[in-house]
Design a binder for this molecule. Sequence first.
Ligand code: ADP
Ligand code: ADP
Length: 224
Amino acid sequence: MELRIRNLSKTYANGVVALDKVSLTIPKGMFGLLGPNGAGKSTLMRTLATLQECDSGSVFLDDIDVLDEKDAVRRLLGYLPQDFGLYPKVTAHEMLDHFAMLKGLSHKGRRREVVDGLLQQTNLFEVRNQRLGGFSGGMRQRFGIAQALLGDPQLIIVDEPTAGLDPQERVRFHNLLSDLGQDKTVLLSTHIVSDVADLCANMAIINKGNVLLCGEPQKLIDAL
Ligand code: ADP
Ligand code: ADP
């Protein structure tokens, strides 16, 4: 699906302009949103994930009005926020099974199939019976993706996922996202240049709520 953002603006109550007429077109595949801390990335991600209101502008996911048709967007969306909590005492399998039930997968056998599939896809099948409290940072992030993928979303939004991961885990996480980008729209926010350069077909650079550049990573890097 294609996400079209036009003139999106947000000023917080304290006067901080987090988004200043942001316009971006995000096609199917991997798209990287690169910017320093405070650039407005999380504000944009939360808005696209229908979790926060903006002051003005429009966002369309194909022909769905994202700012208006929130339920429709939520059915198509998988969102991994920057900081998410996990219940430490339940296992990966128990937790996913529970969320799958909440998603309406009431048939036990079918649920098992979906949950096991997601655990395999995120390389967590071997540790499915371990408690989430013992998971490493990389395992937590991959579990977050598994959770976000329940319901087979077409748009996946991931906010600063690789901060704090060791190099091996980053590669693993990148491979997982690349696979998703084959047939879905994946929006990744990061302040790490190599995340977008290695991974994304398209990217934008954002700072102080403004889109500075947008295009293919290699072309933008060559032009610097
Ligand atoms: P990051 O830069 O890592 O995305 P921030 O520090 O901007 O994170 O924000 C972390 C959380 O604190 C967010 O949920 C945001 O809404 C909130 N926050 C950030 N800055 C302010 C602020 N000036 N006043 C109130 N809440 C803020
Ligand atoms: P990023 O994710 O790129 O770090 P954010 O969207 O978190 O950027 O923040 C953009 C700007 O808005 C920052 O200056 C931040 O401090 C401010 N901000 C974020 N959330 C809030 C909030 N809830 N209230 C006030 N200011 C905020």
